[in-house]
Write a protein that binds this ligand. Sequence first.
Ligand code: GAR
Length: 202
Amino acid sequence: MLKAKIAVLVSGGGTNLQALIDAQKSGVITSGEITLVISSSPKAYAIERAKNNNIEYAIVSKKELGSQEAFENKIVSLLEEKEIDIIVLAGFMCILSKNFTDRYPERILNVHPSLIPSFCGEGFYGLHVHEKALEYGVKVTGATVHFVNEIPDGGKIIMQKAVEIDENDTPETLQKRVMENAEWIILPRSVELVSQRYTKGN
Ligand code: GAR
């Protein structure tokens, strides 16, 4: 059996990338293999995580390339070069156009730090999502892994996990708990589940 080839797209700290690397080592992910990391920022600590684990990486900066089209074309060419089967957005802070998402139906996964359809869509990313959840006063939040289509956070849900909000939570403490208790668990499990669909041979 040939494992599904996975590309992980990142922009920041890369703790979800780390969870995927760890899951591959511990046997939670067996049907797929992280083959490439693409960072939208040269400063992302996620790059160090790729280096430390001998995973090939590339930096693709929209700013340098000048347009969304050139940015996406560069990503597509890297994905094609490495014959990538599955794309995981793990803290990737760039919106991808319909042109891009249509190329990979049910092959792009995203992890979002809330229970979709709450606190999601354009403008809801990172710490901001937790600020909004606390501001609203919800008592339960969590994380969602979903397929990516042209609607931001609008694709079919793969897995969700709830996390209770503590009355003393700050955006930072909530973010940490949602990551530890939800994101780092359901992202690797979802990646394994989807990888099983895209293995080749027997
Ligand atoms: C994670 O909490 C992820 O769910 C979120 O950004 C953080 C990235 O952390 N993603 C979004 O908000 C996407 N809309 P990481 O770089 O340490 O994995």
